[in-house]
Ligand binder design. Structure first.
Ligand code: F6P
Length: 519
């Protein structure tokens, strides 16, 4: 039986017909603001502006039960190999656990390894920040350069940006792209004697990362000699041999494990750059926020479970209101990269077209995620959001606290966010000109943080990790592999080596490449 022929799905389909093109609520329904709201330790989800009724919620909860969300949740936390194509567990949650209860992967308790690595990270961070670990010329480090891409970049980059107020003593830099401008523009800002490179790559085979690391190493050795690498390069990887072959000393390698997916890895040594920037205490607060969301996700009844409700409402908009996209609108400049982070988290996890067992799907899975900061986006694509022919859903992210102590700015920021939610929900059904009609009933969530600190950022990121997981469970897909990135990598390697076989469009592509390369 395919998902679309199951009882819960069929009921939702019928229910959605009644709601399509209509408003589930009116401005008079003030009670919804309390009824459709969940909170956890200063993180709030308000879904009162969703084009949904209590009946919708009840039917979505039936779908969650039918798809065994709770059973699959238990399996993930227990270390079952739910990443079926790679035969791996998905245990990013183990990285932020507070207790040492044994957790077995392939018969081995992974907690001692996690704790040993965390101890090494903390000691290294204290040494660098305290000056015990210095550069080859004896100077302390003022520049931390994270070299990595995807999950080895986006999480650390987002966290360092969001927590900029907690960064002290160093300047953070991130290099990800193959485009030489990226590494050139960073190195131009750095002093070799005071620059520490953190090369992050789970596989240590990612072309862009290795190329950037080689360029960085050449820049350093040109300035300070080959012996300087031992003091100015550390690595984070699951592939020790490849790291040592690159020339980074074994003592400078921080491990990560195959049971942590790249896009779920900020909590591992992948977060080393962040810890170097904000210090161990603040990095632990990030973990603690995520751990609190884990505990909530594991224990809260489904109708009071924030990740579950966020996921179910996303499925409602995607599969029953036919929204092809989800806009992430952070009304907080320090969260401007949140859409980029979520694009990898959600689209690399749920951009799939077969079930875990490889069966074809007859329903949509992961939507397009995009976004911009508020209020900036209002002067960019919000026209499309309000009057375009394709209604989509929006997640508004806001921060209550005015930590800049500029009430005029803060009130304007939050007033604009609420106004956008209202205009999307209620529209403007009457107007002298048809150009001024707004259809309305366009769903949105409000995710509100009491303040933007490490703990609340940890809550927010774990909320979306678990939302992503629950959506994958509902859709019956594997949210922890990424086979779709391999073909392009293979073709690029072939083109670079000028050895693309005709069987893979080689002649066409090599001709195209020849046409565009500089003569
Ligand atoms: O995009 C594919 C991917 O494998 C991501 O899943 C991963 O985060 C990124 O490339 C970088 O991989 P690595 O950390 O192995 O360099």
């Amino acid at each position: 039986m395919t998902l679309t022929s199951t009882p819960a799905w069929q009921k939702l389909k019928t229910h959605s017909e009644a709601l399509r093109g209509a408003s589930a609520f009116t401005p008079a329904d003030i009670a919804r603001l309390d009824d459709f709201s969940l909170s956890l330790n200063g993180l709030h989800l308000n879904y009162a502006c969703q084009n949904a009724t209590q009946e919708t919620v009840d039917l979505l909860l039936e779908l969650a039960a039918q798809q065994q969300v709770e059973e699959n949740r238990t399996r993930m936390f227990a270390g079952d190999k739910i990443n079926t194509t790679e035969n791996r567990a998905a245990l990013h949650t183990a990285l932020r656990r507070g207790d040492n209860t044994p957790l077995l992967v392939d018969g081995l308790d992974i907690m001692p390894d996690i704790r040993a690595t965390q101890t090494r990270i903390a000691a290294f961070v204290d040494d660098v920040r305290g000056g015990a670990w210095r550069g080859a010329t004896g100077k302390t480090f003022k520049h931390i350069v994270n070299i990595g891409i995807g999950g080895s970049d986006l999480g650390p980059r987002l966290a360092s940006q969001a927590l900029i107020d907690y960064v002290e003593g160093v300047t953070m830099h991130f290099v990800a792209n193959a485009d030489a401008f990226d590494i050139d523009s960073v190195l131009a800002k750095c002093d070799p004697a005071q620059t520490l490179f953190v090369v992050v790559s789970k596989t240590f085979s990612t072309q862009e990362t290795l190329m950037n690391a080689r360029t960085a190493r050449q820049w350093l050795t040109d300035a300070l000699g080959v012996d300087a690498v031992a003091k100015h390069f550390v690595a984070v990887s699951a592939n020790r041999d490849a790291v040592e072959a690159f020339g980074i000393h074994a003592d400078n390698i921080f491990p990560m494990w195959d049971w942590v997916g790249g896009r779920y890895s900020l909590w591992s040594a992948v977060g080393l750059s962040v810890a170097l920037a904000i210090g161990n205490e603040n990095f632990r607060a990030l973990w603690n926020g995520a751990a609190a969301m884990d505990a909530h996700f594991q224990s809260a009844p489904l109708h009071q479970n924030m990740p579950v409700m966020l996921a179910l409402l996303a499925v409602w908009n995607r599969n029953f209101l036919d929204a092809p996209a989800l806009a992430i609108l952070s009304y907080c400049e320090r969260l401007r990269d949140f859409p980029r982070f979520l694009q990898q988290l959600e689209m690399e996890s749920n951009g799939k077209s077969v079930t875990r067992d490889g069966a074809a799907l007859d329903y949509e899975t992961g939507p397009i995620l995009f976004g911009e900061c508020g209020t900036v986006g209002q002067h960019s694509f919000h026209q499309w959001l309000h009057q375009g022919t394709t209604p989509i859903a929006c997640d508004f992210i806001g921060v209550s606290e005015d930590d800049r102590h500029k009430p005029e700015h803060h009130r304007a920021l939050l007033s604009n966010m609420v106004a956008q939610m209202g205009a999307l929900a209620f529209g403007q059904k009457q107007a002298a000109s048809p150009h001024d009609i707004y259809a309305g009933h366009r769903s949105s969530n409000l995710i509100l943080l009491d303040r933007l600190d490490p703990y609340h950022l940890g809550l927010l990121l774990a909320l979306y990790e678990h939302k992503t997981f629950v959506q994958g469970v509902i859709w019956g897909i594997n949210s922890f592999d990424q086979p779709g990135v391999e073909l392009g990598k293979r073709m690029a390697k072939g083109l670079e080596a000028n050895s693309v076989s005709a069987g893979e469009n080689g002649d066409f592509l090599s001709h195209l490449l020849q046409k565009i390369l500089p003569k």
